[in-house]
Structure formats: structure tokens, C-alpha cells
Design a protein around this ligand. Structure first.
Ligand SMILES: [Cu+2]
Length: 306
């Protein structure tokens, strides 16, 4: 059955609760090998991807890494989303699944659990008072070090990278620090002429044409104006990360519907880890970029591509 990802603002309370309960159970589950939260392993891998710069020999002036500031940005986050989603669909985490649901009927199962998307693009200047924060918790408290003190994730512990000791250290809570006066970026135009190609040389954050950098830049703004834990490489500490990236992936899928589902560049001429047949690093699933271009092949769809 196809996993259908929906707009968080259109979910029923029960649908939203299903996702929250699964995510909280996943956050509480411990990986026996590392002793870490299964959820925190995603945060760790995301941080590690950013610490691996992927440069041409002698190249300077770019922070391109194994998951950002280059062509692999969209495939890498698509895989991370799907990997988390497949885990949340497991019976031990899905409250609507056969383990936790007394009314579960294998001949008529509920639709697969999906990560919802939050439509931050296009919220304009009113995003800080948008109803979505009623669901995911509001801005951090100005009297409690910007800690989020409401919503279903307020009790979480984050893991923060300590550069001196080169290790992750726990820290209570999730931080958000909304930037006053900043607007959310406009909705990406998947039909604009400058977006006709997926990516171009120099395959980094300096590109002025190409779909990938247009979308990645707007995505950066969302991280930056929400602030707090959304700023550093450990940004998956805040589950808003997934709601945002689900929306980013949705626009990529929309672009693919216009420009071709397997339309990608570079095909070999790009920097390491960013070429079509390169294997993704710091993901759980061992796949190449080429293998994740067609979203429908992994049986995932969005409720809307507009
Ligand atoms: Cu990222």
C-alpha cells in the first residue's frame, strides 16, 4: 500500500496523534549496539554528513559536504526521511499497527504511517503565529533559554556536538528562537526557467541557476529563522526538521513531475559523493543516488504537489 504524506494542517487529531506517539516511542527506544536513542542516531548521522567535506582536489570557497551544498542534498534527505518513516511503520512503534491496536484487521489495515509535511514556504510574515505551532509546540521560552516548553516533544533530550571533545553530549529539551521580522521564503516555482536543470557547475551553494540550489537556499532560510536547534548540524534534534524536509522533498517531487523523474546531474563529472551512481554516505540504507530518484518506485506519494 502506498505511503501518502499529508499536510500537517489537514491531519485529523487522531492522525497527528499516531505520528506523535510513534515518534515518541522511537525516541525512547535504545539501540543495543550504541546505547543511543534510535532517533538520535539520525541526528548523529546528519551531523557526521556535514563534517565530511566533498571537494574537488584543491577546491576552496565552498562548504559542500556529503549531504548539503551540492547535488546530493535532495537525494540524501529523501533517503533519511524514508528510512525514518519505514522505522516508524514497524509494529513496535506504530500505534495503529497490529501490536498496539486491538481493532487491527489484517484484511483491512489502516493506511501506512507517513511523515507529515509542514508547508512553511509561502507562510510569509505570519508564520510565527501559524496554527501549526499549536501541534508541534511553540517558540522557545525567552525566560528558559529558548527551550520549547509545550507540545508533544517538550520532554525530549537533544544531543549536541562538542567540537573540543569531538563527541556528542546530551542537553535537556529542544530550543527554538524565532527570528523577529523575518518572512518565510516564497513557494518554490518548479516551472521557472532558471530551474529548468537540476544542478550545474560549480555544484555548490554559489549556483545562481539550477533547481537544487534554489530549493536548498530557501530550505536554509527556514532553518535559520526558526533558529535554536534548527541551526547547527544536529538540527534533527527538533522534529520540525522532518516536517520541513518532507515539504522540501515534496517540491523536488513536484519538479520531477515537470522535468522528469530521473532528471539529475552530475552524472560523473561532479564532486565526490554527488554523482548519479555514487553511494550515499551516512545514511542507513546502502543506496545510490540513481536508485532514489523515482519516489513512486519506493511507493511514496504526496497528497498534493502544488
Ligand atoms: Cu540536512
Amino acid at each position: 500500500m502506498t505511503t501518502i504524506r499529508r499536510d500537517i494542517t489537514t491531519l485529523t487529531d487522531d492522525q497527528w496523534r499516531r505520528f506523535v506517539d510513534a515518534l515518541n516511542a522511537y525516541k525512547a527506544a535504545i539501540d543495543p549496539e550504541t546505547g543511543m536513542s534510535l532517533y538520535d542516531l539520525f541526528t548523529k548521522r546528519h551531523m557526521e554528513s556535514m563534517m565530511e567535506l566533498t571537494l574537488f582536489p584543491g577546491e576552496t570557497g565552498t562548504q559542500r559536504n556529503a549531504a548539503h551544498r551540492g547535488p546530493v542534498f535532495l537525494p540524501w534527505h529523501r533517503v533519511a526521511l524514508r528510512d525514518l518513516e519505514l522505522d516508524l511503520q514497524r509494529p513496535e512503534f506504530d500505534p495503529w499497527g497490529p501490536l498496539h491496536n486491538a481493532y487491527y484487521d489484517a484484511s483491512n489495515p489502516p493506511e501506512p504511517l507517513a511523515i507529515p509535511y509542514c508547508p512553511f514556504f509561502g507562510m510569509g510574515n505570519t508564520w510565527q503565529t501559524h496554527a501549526v505551532w499549536e501541534r508541534i509546540g511553540h517558540n522557545g521560552s525567552s525566560t528558559q533559554g529558548r527551550r520549547v516548553i509545550d507540545g508533544p516533544f517538550a520532554h525530549w533530550t537533544s544531543i549536541i556536538w562538542n567540537n573540543n571533545t569531538q563527541s556528542f553530549v546530551p542537553r535537556d529539551g529542544i530550543l527554538r528562537n524565532f527570528r523577529a521580522g523575518s518572512a518565510m521564503p516564497a513557494v518554490p516555482n518548479v516551472r521557472a526557467r532558471a530551474n529548468a536543470v537540476y544542478d550545474v557547475y560549480p555544484w555548490n551553494e554559489l549556483n545562481t541557476t539550477g533547481f537544487r540550489n534554489m530549493l536548498e537556499s530557501r530550505h536554509n532560510t527556514v532553518h535559520n529563522i526558526i533558529g535554536g536547534d534548527m541551526l547547527p548540524g544536529t538540527s534533527p534534534n527538533d522534529p520540525v526538521f522532518w516536517l520541513h524536509h518532507c515539504n522540501v522533498d515534496r517540491y523536488w517531487a513536484a519538479w520531477q513531475q515537470v522535468r522528469g523523474m530521473t532528471n539529475y546531474a552530475p552524472n560523473g563529472e561532479g564532486p565526490p559523493s554527488h554523482n548519479r551512481y555514487d553511494q550515499l554516505s551516512h545514511t542507513f540504507l546502502p543506496v545510490t543516488i540513481d536508485e532514489v530518484l523515482d519516489l513512486e518506485a519506493s511507493d511514496v506519494a504526496y497528497d498534493s504537489y502544488a
